[in-house]
Structures are given as C-alpha cells and as structure tokens.
Design a binder for this molecule. Structure first.
Ligand code: PLP
Length: 382
C-alpha cells in the first residue's frame, strides 16, 4: 500500500484530504516529458483541483491553465499563470466573466455557440479589444465512459454541431472584434479505452481539413482532456501511460508544421495524488454485510453518490488477518451516501483510519456543507 504517514494522521482531525506531492511531481514530470518531445502544450483543467500548493507546482512545471469560470481565471492569474497560457471554456460564460477574460487578454475563449460569439464580439467592441476565439466543435465521438461525463455526442449540450459550422464560420468572419485562432474538442472524462482518442484524431483531421479547404490553417488545435486513471489499482498504476496517450496524437493527428497542439488534462494529472482520510465512527452488524460508518460522507466526496464511481478503500490501521464484508458509508441522511458496497476489508473497528483512494480530482472541489457540516480540509506530504 502507498506509504501513508499514519503516525502523523493519528494526530490530525478527520476527515481530510491528503495529497502526496512527490507523486504529483512525478506525474507532472512524466506528462511534460512525453508531451514536450512533440511540442505539445498542456493546460491543466483547474476544475479538477484548485488547491494552491497543487496549482503552484503545476505552474512551476510550465503547464498552462484551462478555466471554466471567471473565478478560476482569477485564481489562475493569482497563482501566476500568465494570461497567454490561460484558456477559458464553458457552455455558459456570463458577461462579467467575458469582460474579465478580455481585460486580461487571455490566450483563448473556447466558444460553444453562435450566440456566444456575437456576445463576445459585442463586449470586445465595447472594450476596444480583439478576443481570440477557438470554436468548440462537437465531434460526435463516443467516449465509452459514464453518461454524465460524456460530452462529445450530438445529444450533449456542449459545443457547436458539425451542421452549424458553416454558419458559425461565416458569423466569425463578420465579427471585427474576434480573431479565430483554432478549434477545440473535449469528448468526456475518465476515458480508459485509448482507441477513443484515435477516433477523435480522425474527426479532428476532418475538421482541420474543412478549414484548410476554406483557405485557413488554424494555428491552434485543442483536443481537450479526458485521459482516465486506474481507480482499481492506484498502487500498481499511480501514473497514467502518458507515453502511449501523447504518442497516439503524434501518430494519428495530421498537423501542419505551423499548427500547435494543446491538451487540457485534469484527472490524469491530479487524480492519484489525493486520498480522503476518514475515521471509522461505528461498526454495525447487518444481515448480509456489516456497515463501517465513517466520519466522511458525500459532503466530502460526492462522486460515488453522483456517478456510482468506484474508489478503492484501504483500512490503514487494522492489524487483523480476518477479512469481512463491509458497506462503507458516510453519516449523511441520504441512502446514496455510500462509498462502497460489500467490500472485503480486514476486520474493522471504531477508530480505524480509512483511505479512500484516487480522490485528487473532482473530490475536494465538489465538497459541500450539506447538513451544516464543516468544509473538509487539506493536508500535504512533506
Ligand atoms: C473538465 C474539462 C477538462 C478536463 O477533463 P479531465 O477528464 O479531468 O481531463 C478539459 N477540458 C474541458 C473543456 C473540460 O470541461
């Protein structure tokens, strides 16, 4: 099992998120090593985790930022990401958020509809600015992932559909305060079938050619994020196979020498470095299984309740050799407040510390104060 500082944990108030900064650093080094050899640029998707020490390390490694709200843009600027490496995506940007991006001359607005383009053009005109825009195209590629985290199908709310592209392109050309710099895709999250990215490449080639046929070589192609992590074997596979992932894009994407390829990774960079550490409050005997009731619940980690997602759970302190079945649940007044059903765990008792693994991405950022609970805190490895 990953080396957790259990003695230190015993002195801390639970629950808390624990971040292994050495693992984060190794993960970032791998990602940068395998992307930079092709000249690819990675923007970190802030929405996965916005903790300051994590963002600072990511910035130090030279990554850019991918933001989906005005406050994320502000946070990225505060950390020191430079505006020319900040992309702003999202299907519903408010006027206030667009003004913020314009004011700081960010690298790109990733636009999702004709109406949004008109609004950005108008607001840019008011400020005497020219907005750099990439069109988010819905490529209709199935990501083979959970339906709530699939975003690249025609039935999803995201992006511009292919049959609208001609009209949107005409519109962009008529907008004096917009500079079209590229196209953008993001087809979903937690994608583990890498063949999906080959399909994405062939769709991107199609759209890239579409623009070339109309006399435009777009300087920037952005293929989004979505690379999945191994939730079942965090100790065997703590770092994603970045070599294969970036290799696929190098092999299958047809770029002109002047075109730069961008990625927006979230989960693959920060997922494995985080664990939610929680104490067992009570153990109840059930009929078919026992219940281990934790002091963490869906307020600290909502993914299992929201997406039926699996997280490995380790008992960090039990010395028992007997294994029993447990439903590991939280204290919240909702039946969906359950982290795992009928899990085989060493015999567990009140006071044991549990680690809910692979929770560095979309964990702490989604925490709430439902039931008027305290907001969960973070701890970092030395
Ligand atoms: C969420 C999101 C990402 C990051 O997704 P991951 O699955 O965490 O890599 C990238 N781009 C956009 C537009 C997003 O919405």
């Amino acid at each position: 099992m990953s080396n957790f500082p259990i003695e230190r944990f015993k002195g801390l108030k639970t629950p808390f998120y624990y971040y292994n900064m050495a693992l984060l650093e190794r993960t970032l080094n791998e990602a940068v090593k395998h992307s930079s050899k092709y000249g690819f640029e990675i923007h970190y998707a802030l929405k996965a985790n916005v903790n300051t020490p994590i963002l600072e390390m990511i910035k130090e490694k030279g990554l850019g930022a991918d933001c989906v709200s005005g406050n994320e843009v502000k946070k990225a600027l505060k950390i020191g990401f430079t505006p020319d490496h900040i992309a702003f995506a999202g299907v519903g940007k408010s006027d206030e958020e667009i003004f913020l991006g314009l004011e700081h001359d960010i690298f790109s607005f990733n636009c999702e509809s004709g109406e949004e383009i008109k609004v950005i053009n108008e607001l840019a005109q008011q400020k005497g600015k020219k907005a750099r825009v990439a069109l988010r195209i819905n490529p209709n590629v199935n990501a083979n992932t959970h339906k709530y985290i699939t975003t690249g199908l025609e039935e999803n709310k995201f992006g511009i559909n292919p049959w609208e592209l001609e009209d949107v392109f005409e519109l962009v050309k008529s907008c004096e305060n917009i500079e079209l710099i590229g196209i953008h895709f993001h087809i979903g999250s937690q994608i583990t079938d890498l063949g999906v990215f080959k399909n994405l490449c062939s769709r991107v080639n199609h759209f890239n050619k579409w623009f070339m046929d109309r006399g435009m070589i777009l300087p920037h192609i952005n293929v989004g994020g979505g690379l999945g992590v191994d939730y079942h074997h965090p100790d065997d596979n703590p770092i994603c196979d970045f070599e294969t992932y970036f290799g696929i894009f190098n092999e299958f994407l047809e770029l002109r020498p002047s075109q730069k390829l961008h990625f927006e990774l979230g989960r693959a960079l920060v997922g494995q470095c985080g664990s939610l550490i929680s104490k067992v409050l009570y153990v109840k005997k059930g009929i078919n299984t026992n219940f281990a009731i934790l002091d963490a619940g869906m307020t600290e980690l909502i993914r299992p309740a929201l997406y039926q997602s699996y997280h490995r759970i380790d008992n960090l302190t039990s010395n028992s050799n007997d294994k029993l079945r447990y439903d590991v649940v939280g204290p919240i007044c909702e039946s969906s407040d359950c982290f795992g059903k009928a899990l085989l765990l060493p015999e567990t008792e009140r006071g044991d510390l549990m680690a809910i693994r692979t929770t560095g991405a979309y964990g702490e950022v989604m925490a709430s104060q439902y039931n008027l609970r305290d907001i969960v805190q973070a701890e970092y490895s030395e």
